[in-house]
Design a protein around this ligand. Structure first.
Ligand code: SF4
Length: 331
């Protein structure tokens, strides 16, 4: 029986812990008060509109194991190898040693205030996909006046596929999330007009294309291939948009009650700091595995493993599968 540390109690950390605990002692470090904050911030999951809280409850139940110790509100401040073991120091100054360590520190969403021209943090009517998810969770979509919005506009690829922000990669999940959220808006508020501005729609997973068709055919959501270059406030609390329809090649001006920015996935601060400190930092600050095909959970450091969206943007489903692969590699 070995002592194993897992850093990050998201879906990857918990799923891996539940498998590793069958043979080893597992300590799970989580810097937040409670595990699974990224999942609990969501209302419904794609593509089946299942409850995010229900999945979080099922994952959290896996922590009820004698061989798992969850240390919440405990951040790792130092990780290094010494005498064939991995040594951790937490923010309370406690030092521990482990035979193996799994980094599962996950992602954070792109900081939309960096795209000043889109007005997030300046105009109330500009919100992120995370803010919209909170409205869906509360069961009500409202504009800045607290009324049902007449119009909602989604903008894809905010902070992804964007040289200006330094993130050239695709965040993989925001196309399908936008389609899911557009449907959620229509379900909660059928009279609201919904437009979705995209560069191209990446419906890569099972059931995604069907969801996209449903969005057009059943919910009358208007998909526009185009970009929004600027947002400004109107006198009545709405948002005026300067846009371009890149399919038709024409400039557009339009007003909306809400502009929803589909913010991409970035490595969390914890991922960037930790990956750098143990020399496994890769592209854009994500943690780097040895290679994607056969050794995607190994790192170049002995006894140090990686799982989930600390490596690259991943769906919840992919994250859980990746955590299972990591646990098998570590057994
Ligand atoms: S998933 Fe879609 S919205 Fe997200 S970065 Fe890729 S193309 Fe853009």
């Amino acid at each position: 029986m070995k002592n194993i540390a897992i850093i990050g109690a998201g879906p990857a950390g918990i799923e891996a812990a539940s498998i590793l605990a069958q043979q080893h002692n597992v300590t799970l470090f989580e810097k937040e008060k409670t595990p699974l904050t990224n999942i609990r911030n969501k209302a419904l999951l794609f593509p089946d509109f299942s409850s995010a809280d229900e999945l979080a409850d099922r994952l959290e139940a896996k922590l009820n194991h004698d061989n798992i110790t969850l240390l919440a509100e405990t951040a790792i401040t130092d990780l290094h190898r010494e005498g064939g073991l991995w040594m951790t120091t937490d923010d309370k100054g406690t030092k521990r040693s482990y035979e193996k360590v799994l980094i599962a520190t996950g992602y954070q969403v792109f900081d939309a205030t960096r795209k000043e021209e889109l007005g997030y943090g300046i105009y109330q009517g500009v919100i992120t996909s995370l803010d919209l998810e909170k409205m869906v969770k509360a069961g009500k979509i409202v504009n800045t006046m607290g009324d049902t919005p007449k119009q909602v506009v989604f903008l894809q690829c905010v902070g992804s596929r964007d040289e200006k922000s330094g993130n050239n990669y695709c965040s993989k999940v925001c196309c399908v999330t936008a389609v899911k959220q557009a449907i959620e808006v229509k379900r909660l508020s059928p009279a609201t007009n919904v437009h979705l501005f995209y560069m191209d729609l990446r419906m890569w997973g099972q059931g995604f294309e069907e969801m996209y068709r449903t969005a057009q055919e059943e919910y009358d959501i208007n998909f526009v291939r185009g970009r929004i270059s600027e947002a400004a406030a109107t006198y009545d609390g709405g948002i005026q948009l300067k846009a371009e329809d890149t399919l038709m090649g024409i400039p557009l001006n339009m007003n909306t009650d809400l502009l929803v920015l589909m913010v991409g996935m970035c490595p969390s601060n914890g991922t960037m700091e930790l990956a750098k400190s143990v020399h496994i930092d890769g592209l854009y600050g994500f943690a780097q595995s040895v290679e994607e095909h056969l050794n995607d959970n190994f790192t170049k450091e002995e006894g140090l493993f990686v799982a989930g969206s600390c490596k690259r943007p991943m769906s919840v489903n992919d994250t859980i599968q990746d955590a299972r692969a990591a646990a098998i590699a570590m057994l």
